[in-house]
Every structure is written in C-alpha cells, then in structure tokens.
Unconditional design. Structure first.
Length: 431
C-alpha cells in the first residue's frame, strides 16, 4: 500500500503546533532582520496540511489573514473542509493536491511543511523545496520539519525492520501490533547478544517506540518513504534553490545554554551558523528538526537584534514563578523550569523584567513599557551629565557613578504560567 493510501486507511489527526503561528514566525524573522508580514494581515500556505488540525485554528484566530492548505489525502481534506464549513470560516481553503505537481497562485508570507519532508519520495522532497522557492514572498519565512541525523541512526534499522516485517500484513491495526512486537523482541535480543555495548541505545529505541501513538507508528515507522537528513545536507538542498537558513523554529530547543560551559564555548567559536548548528546536532544527538528558511540575499542578523526591531515588539511570560519574589531576591541567580529545560536567570534588571511580565501575563507588554517599568527599579541612571545609560554596577562604563537606586518594587504573583518568549503585541496563539 502506498503511503498516500495509508493516510486514507488510517487518517492522521492534526494538532496545533505553536511554532507554526504566523505571529511567532514573523517575530523570529523580524529579529533576524526580515520585514515580515504581520500575523493579522498575511498569506499562509501549508503543504501536507492533513485534516487542517493546525491551519484551521490559525485561520479562526486570524480572520484578516488568508490560509491555503494542500494535502494529497482525500479523507483529510474532506474532514478539514467539513470543519471549515461548520465554523463558517471564509479565510481558509483546503485543497486536495500533490506537492510534487502543485502550482499555487501568488506568493505567501509564511509557508509551513510540518511532518511532510522526510516521509515523501525524493522527487516530492525536491518539488516541495522548488515550490517554496517559487511561492515564498521576498521577506517570507518557510518552516520545514524533518527527521534528523544523527539521532535517527539509532532507530533507522529498527524502523526498517518494523516496516520490512509488516509489509505483507494487511490492515493497519495488525501492522501496528506486529511492528511493535518485532521491535520489542529485536531490541531485547540485541541487548542479550551485545550486553552493555548496545543496552542504552536499544532501551532508548524501545522507549521511543513504546511511547509512540499508533498513528505515529503507522506513519512514521511503517511508511514506505522515510529519509532523515543531516542539517547541513538539508541546508545545501535549500541553498541550491536560492533559499537560506534563517533560524530554528523552536529557538529554545537547541541553544548554547543547553550544553556544558566548555562545549558552549567551543560552539560559540564556530562562526559559520550552519556548521555551528550541525555541531549542535552531533553533540545533542538531534532526531527531529524544525528549520526556518528565507530567500537568499538578506543580511540575516544572527546575533543581537537591532534596537529598532526590538522596540516594535512586546514580550509575554509563561513563567509560573516570580523570579524577583522577596524571599529569593537576594540570591545571585535563580533557576526556573521552562519547557525547554532548566534556565538560570541572573541580573537584577532581567529578573525584575520577568517579574513584571509574570504579573501581567497573559498580556504581552510592549518592550518600551517593559523597559520603563524595569530600569528605574533595577538600574540606576549614570550620574554623568553626558551619559544616558542605566547600570547595575558600581560604576558606569562611561566612568560615571550610578545614583542611588530608587525603592525596590515588591511584585505580587497573580498567575501561574511557564516560560517566557518574545512576541508581537497581538494577536494571541490559539495553542
Ligand atoms: C504526517 S502527516 C502531517 C500532517 C500535518 N502537517 C501535521 O503535522 O499534523 C503528512 C501529511 O502529508 C500528506 N502528504 C503526503 N504526501 C503528500 C504530497 N505529495 N502532497 C501533498 N500532501 C502529501 C499526507 O496526506 C499527510 O496528511
């Protein structure tokens, strides 16, 4: 059974993926120097949109933007179109079509291909990138996710065994059950044969297979086509079409702070952004990637975003902890649990800013307003008449000394949320 029919027999239930939201893509693009389209006035194309589980909520949340979803599976498009009709949405079209031969009118500010690239034939992979090249607006952002090496090197032979073993089996339920069975038997046998040498690897694979839903087993493990990629190879394919690596769609997932200090220092010294990312994948054993592309030729800002761009943004916090609470205020630094892992926060202005955001959550606070709320409390203005800086140190870098700090605020926590991220003031993510 071809993969296209596999979706008809065992449909894939779509979800909302927060990192595909045009607001998020637009902010990441803007922070990297692109003049991205606003979320409430943009055109979005999703390739392999499934049943519209991601696109339809986005369309509902952003009624002044336009959304087009394309998928090969008739059952998916029927289910999605039915949902669009029931919701009465006029700004989203779900179209049955093949990415390999698709022509779309006009250009799109955001193109999303989540869960498609690794699971289609090579010709479709090439066509998908060609389509992005043709249809991406000049300052557009494309998100493409794919299974990645080196992480998939552990699983690839087991996945292949599962697919090979169940090829003659008819019926999705039987296939899935037998695939789980052979994976379990094989991994345990490998541990028996090779002992400690393979134990950790096989147990990790067993854990991943056991945790995977039946749908994931059917479409990620038992699919006819499955091609993980090294990041640098993916970027080479994109570059061959005049596209460039912009950033990771989930900036918190693979960050320097997630590595031991000496590894982070080594990575910091790798100037080429693609080489640095590839090193990170080796060191973090990455198995899945969500990569953002833009058109080649932009002066991509990869370090600190220019001030003018920051000034146009707002920030919200999902921290569930007040990092400037009276009880811990005197600590040098404070460690909080964020979705991407533990984060240590040091520095008075940063802690006060996060505290202000936490108290205002879920409101996104314009950065100008945040600075005003933060700097008079956390920093003292420099006493030098010619210097406009604020500083927390005993003397300013201009040589002047800070004036005494005004009274400290004592924020009261009112909400419990987690993690902080930059965003535009509106609208809000439905995820
Ligand atoms: C794993 S699902 C992902 C669905 C959705 N993007 C998500 O992440 O929830 C892959 C989707 O790609 C679609 N697909 C596969 N090959 C395609 C092609 N050549 N053209 C368009 N859609 C395709 C499948 O029908 C399926 O709905």
């Amino acid at each position: 059974m071809s993969d296209a029919h596999a979706y008809d027999e065992h449909p894939y239930t779509g979800y909302v993926y927060w990192f595909t939201h045009p607001d998020h893509l637009g902010v990441v693009g803007a922070l990297h120097g692109l003049d991205t389209a606003p979320a409430d006035g943009c055109r979005v194309l999703e390739l392999g949109c499934g049943d519209g589980g991601n696109l339809v909520p986005l369309a509902a949340a952003l009624p002044t933007s336009h959304f087009v979803g394309v998928d090969l599976c008739e059952a998916h498009i029927r289910a999605g179109t039915d949902l669009v009709g029931r919701l009465g949405l006029g700004n989203v079209e779900l179209v049955r079509g093949d990415v390999a031969t698709l022509e779309v009118p006009g250009t799109f500010d955001y193109i999303i291909a989540h869960g498609l690239f690794s699971w289609v034939p090579e010709a479709t992979r090439a066509a998908a990138l060609d389509l992005v090249q043709r249809a991406l607006a000049p300052h557009g952002v494309a998100l493409i996710s794919y299974n990645a090496y080196p992480g998939w090197h552990d699983e690839a032979p087991v996945r292949r065994l599962m697919e090979f073993h169940t090829r003659p089996v008819a019926g999705a339920a039987d296939k899935i059950q037998q695939a789980r069975g052979i994976a379990d038997w094989h991994c345990r046998r490998m541990v028996g044969l090779f002992g400690e040498e393979r134990k950790g690897q096989m147990e990790r694979v067993l854990g991943v297979v056991a945790a995977a839903s039946d749908t994931l087993i059917r479409h990620d493990y038992l699919c006819e086509h499955h091609q993980p990629l090294y990041f640098e190879d993916f970027v080479a394919r994109a570059r061959a079409r005049g596209l460039e690596f912009l950033a990771n769609a989930r900036p918190g997932k693979l960050r320097l702070g997630g590595f031991e200090p000496e590894v982070a220092d080594m990575l910091r010294r790798v100037g080429d952004p693609v080489r640095r990312q590839q090193y990170m994948d080796f060191f973090a054993h990455t198995r899945f990637r969500e990569t953002l592309l833009c058109r080649a030729g932009h002066a991509i800002q990869r370090d600190a975003a220019p001030r003018a761009r920051l000034a146009a943004l707002a920030a919200e916090s999902r921290l569930d902890q007040d990092v400037w609470a009276p009880a811990t205020r005197d600590a040098e630094a404070i460690t909080v649990e964020a979705p991407a892992g533990a984060v240590t926060i040091a520095g008075t202005p940063l802690r006060i800013a996060l505290s202000v955001l936490q108290r205002q959550a879920p409101r996104a606070v314009p950065l100008r307003e945040l600075f005003q709320a933060t700097l008079p409390i956390g920093c003292s203005p420099c006493s030098s008449a010619s210097c406009s800086r604020s500083t927390t140190s005993r003397s300013c870098t201009c040589g002047g000394r800070p004036r005494p700090s005004p009274a400290r605020c004592r924020p009261t926590p009112t909400r419990r949320r987690c993690s902080a991220r930059w965003r535009r003031p509106a609208p809000r993510c439905p995820a």
